[in-house]
Every structure is written in structure tokens, then in C-alpha cells.
Design a binder for this molecule. Structure first.
Ligand code: PLP
Length: 468
């Protein structure tokens, strides 16, 4: 296939393409990086630069790039039945087989799935489903959904509303009514004056206070990511989830675990909820469900909610043209089959998760790193001006973005969330590739420190630390 030159592509991109989550003017001035191919855990741009993709695309390419089995599954399904819907009492084999496989892998009490085209649509489905559920239970006043500040639940109106991203709430509102946000269990930035466990308990208590403010008979559900992803790979203190779970049960409030990132092995179990013993009522999923090869999401529904929807609900007036799309479902099914056959979840739990934890922690020695944390194959580095005090750089310096751009030039894709550097590599990464990842991250941090020094930006060096 004849390709346009990369210069031409960049010009056309600037002229016609509005990217997601992008400052258009700034991008127009710099031009895009054009990714043209990928294999395993590596991507390549139009200039031929190869990079280790430590973000697995956007937290999704869990089996890595270039899996022929997934290509074949899509091709075969496109030839046999490229599209048919699941409305009007019809379905097709891929949707049925995927539903069965998902429910077999999910916690025991979850035996039904509602398919969507994305994680955002899954969370829109959650909002409608939990309110519908309580109405069917004769409690239509149970409407409020409690979510968390700095959570990410997608970018549709309901996804944005559930999410706690202040910048998103500032555009295109007003948000969906009867959604409220409580503090996040982000110890490094918000809890350092307490022990992690005391802080985790305080964050759980904040949910209880909100429930009592709203009235316990007014709250439908609490939604949270087991580990916050887009907010900065925020791993809650050990005390947090057990306290939250106990309290939700006390007030009869549904628990929605947004598994869009944590699901499918990211934390070393099939679902993040299993790592924390959550037993949620609903689990929105997407991303790793198909390793990102085709768009598909869904909501796994626990027996309690499903039974009411089925027995007392009549028609649920909700669904998408692409709910359970056969080609997407066929690829997701093959993805799950490969994960099982290759023991990918065990690989994360027993091999590379513990190895990453050990190697990643070494980065805390670096003068710029205030904390290096990971769980399974999600991790973060807190870049700070003074590690003893946990003090960040002035926001306007954009140190996180500087480090991210240096990572790209170094041959590593790491994402920045403010001054928090985040990784979520493909789950098939090997120990040797983790060594490579940590080596590249170290080189990028060194270069970031050099650039800051050249700009005359002060930060605590190894020597002043030794004194501290
Ligand atoms: C990405 C993400 C979503 C939204 O998924 P889309 O497929 O982008 O709509 C929802 N929840 C979480 C936790 C996510 O990371």
C-alpha cells in the first residue's frame, strides 16, 4: 500500500483531525508522532524509531501487538457474519460464547453480562441499571451515586459525571444529577501526615459521612476503580477496601467496581476485585477484554441485581447498535482463550508482577523519585523536588510532561499524570524486558534531572538527601 510521507500525514492531521484529550493549538505547533507498526511490547513511529510501550497502548494491549490468532479470529468472523445485533430476541455464537466465558472467569456470584462498545458506555449502563434496579425494588428515591475525586470512568456525559476529573467537569456540563464525589485514597499526596492505614480508614469514613448527609435511603451505589488508573496508578492503603466493603453492606448500597483497567490480569488476578476480595454487584469492563484489538466493553452483573432485572423488570430500554458486536466478541473470546491457555494471569501474579515490584522499587534511589509503587503490572513514580518532604515541583514547570517527552526520545512510552509517571505494560512482558524498561526509565530520569539542572531548577540531590 502506498503511504503518504510522514510530513504530509502530519500536515493533514493538523488540518483535519481533532484528537481526544488534546490541546489543539499546541499539537498544531508541534505535530503528532505517527505510530505505524508494532510487535510484541514494542511500537514503531513513521521515522523508524522503536519504543518499548510501557502503557500497552492505553492500558489495553495486554497480550501485546502482532498476535496472529486475534487477526485470524477477526478475519474468520468478518467472513462468516461481520455484523448482526442482539436486539429483538436475536443473537449470534460469538456473543453467547463470550458471555459464557466471561461469567465463568468472573467471581462466582456474577453470571450475566450486558455488552457495550466501550468502557464509557459500560458506565452509562451502570448509572441506568443501578437506578432502575432500586426503582424495581420499590425504592425509587435511592438515586445518588457516590464516586471519588480524581477517578476516571470515561468521557461520555455519564462517564464524565461519575469521574472526578475537575478539568472535565469544567467543560460541556452540567453533569448528570445525583452523583457526588468523596476524597480519594491517595496517600502520597493527601495522607502523608497519617499512617497509610489510618489514612485509608479516614477515606472510608468520608464515604460514610456522605451517605449520612445524603440519607442512607437515598444512595444507590458507590463506584470506584480497585486501583485508580488514569488518576495516577493510585494503590489504596490496605485498610481502605475492607472498611469500604463493610460500610456499604451496612447501608445496603451497591458496589460497582470499575474493572476497565484492573480487569483481565492487570493486578495478578482475573479481576482487581478478587485481589481485594470485593464481591461487587456490578463490574464494568473494556480495554483488556479484547487486548484493545477491537472496541468492546460490558457490565458484569451479580446475581442479586440480575435476578431483579429479569424477574421484575419487564423490558430494559437500553442498548447499543454494537452491543456484543460479533467480530469484536470473537476477538475478545479468542483473547480470553489465549490468556487462559498461556497462563497470562499466573505469569503476572507469580513471575513478572513480583519482579517488577522489586526492580521498580529501586527507582526510589533516584534523586527525582519520591515514591515508586506497583501492584501486578501497574506502577507509578512520583517525581518530586524534595523527596524527604515529598514536595513537588512548581506545576507550571511541567516536569511530568518533560519526563514523558524525554521517555519517548529514549525509546520508552511512559505516561505522565501531572508529575506522576505511570506504567501499565503488556501482561506478556518478560523479566528481561522489565530490566530493559527499568534501564530506559532510569536513563530518562537522569536526562530529566540534567535538563532541570541546565534550566537552573532546584531539587534535592543525593548529597542533600544523605544529610536529611
Ligand atoms: C478507560 C477507562 C474507562 C473508559 O473506557 P473507554 O473505552 O475509553 O470509554 C472507564 N473506566 C476506566 C477505569 C478506564 O480506565
Amino acid at each position: 500500500m502506498a503511504r503518504l510521507s510522514s510530513e504530509r500525514l502530519k500536515a493533514l492531521d493538523t488540518a483535519h483531525h481533532l484528537h481526544p484529550f488534546t490541546d489543539y493549538k499546541a499539537l498544531g505547533e508541534e505535530g503528532s508522532r505517527i505510530i505505524t507498526e508494532a510487535d510484541g511490547i514494542y511500537i514503531q513511529d513513521a521515522e523508524g524509531n522503536r519504543m518499548l510501550d510501557a502503557m500497552a497502548g492505553l492500558w489495553c494491549v495486554n497480550l501485546g501487538y502482532g498476535r496472529q490468532e486475534l487477526v485470524d479470529a477477526a478475519t474468520a468472523q468478518l467472513q462468516q457474519l461481520p455484523y448482526y445485533n442482539n436486539f429483538f430476541k436475536t443473537t449470534h455464537p460469538p456473543a453467547v460464547e463470550l458471555a459464557e466465558t466471561l461469567c465463568r472467569l468472573a467471581p462466582k456470584h456474577m453470571n450475566r453480562v450486558f455488552f457495550t462498545g466501550s468502557g464509557s458506555e459500560a458506565n452509562d449502563t451502570v448509572v441506568r441499571m443501578v437506578r432502575h434496579y432500586w426503582a424495581l425494588k420499590g425504592k425509587p428515591e435511592k438515586q445518588w451515586i457516590i464516586a471519588r475525586e480524581n477517578a476516571y470512568h470515561g468521557s461520555t456525559l455519564a462517564g464524565m459525571s461519575l469521574g472526578g476529573m475537575a478539568a472535565m467537569h469544567g467543560q460541556g456540563g452540567p453533569a448528570v444529577p445525583a452523583i457526588t464525589h468523596v476524597r480519594q485514597p491517595y496517600w502520597f499526596t493527601e495522607g502523608r501526615d497519617m499512617s497509610p492505614d489510618a489514612f485509608g480508614q479516614a477515606c472510608a469514613d468520608a464515604i460514610e459521612e456522605r451517605i449520612l448527609e445524603l440519607g442512607e435511603d437515598k444512595v444507590a451505589a458507590f463506584i470506584a476503580e480497585p486501583v485508580q488508573g488514569a488518576g495516577g496508578a493510585i494503590i489504596p492503603p490496605q485498610s481502605y477496601w475492607p472498611a469500604v466493603k463493610k460500610m456499604l453492606a451496612k447501608y445496603d448500597i451497591l458496589l460497582v467496581a470499575d474493572e476497565v483497567i484492573c480487569g483481565f490480569g492487570r493486578l495478578g488476578e482475573w479481576f482487581g476485585s478478587e485481589h481485594y476480595g470485593l464481591e461487587p454487584d456490578l463490574m464494568p469492563v473494556a480495554k483488556g477484554l479484547s487486548s484493545g484489538y477491537l472496541p468492546i466493553g460490558g457490565v458484569l452483573v451479580g446475581d442479586r441485581v440480575a435476578q431483579t432485572l429479569i424477574e421484575d423488570g419487564g423490558e430494559f430500554f437500553h442498548g447499543f447498535t454494537y452491543s456484543g458486536h460479533p467480530t469484536c466478541a470473537a476477538v475478545a473470546l479468542k483473547n480470553l482463550q489465549l490468556m487462559e491457555a498461556e497462563g497470562v494471569v499466573e505469569h503476572v501474579r507469580d513471575e513478572v508482577g513480583p519482579y517488577l515490584a522489586q526492580r521498580w522499587k529501586e527507582l526510589e534511589q533516584h534523586p527525582l523519585v519520591g515514591e515508586a509503587r506497583s501492584l501486578g503490572l501497574i506502577g507509578a513514580l512520583e517525581i518530586v523536588a524534595d523527596k524527604a518532604a515529598g514536595k513537588r515541583f512548581d506545576k507550571t514547570l511541567g516536569v511530568g510532561n518533560l519526563c514523558r517527552d524525554i521517555c519517548f526520545d529514549t525509546g520508552l512510552v511512559m505516561r505522565s499524570v501531572g508529575d506522576t509517571m505511570v506504567i501499565s505494560p503488556p501482561l506478556v512482558i518478560t523479566k528481561a524486558q522489565i530490566d530493559e524498561l527499568v534501564g530506559l526509565a532510569t536513563a530518562a530520569l537522569d536526562e530529566t534531572a540534567r535538563r532541570l539542572q541546565a534550566q537552573g531548577v532546584a531539587f534535592a540531590t543525593q548529597d542533600s538527601l544523605a544529610q536529611a
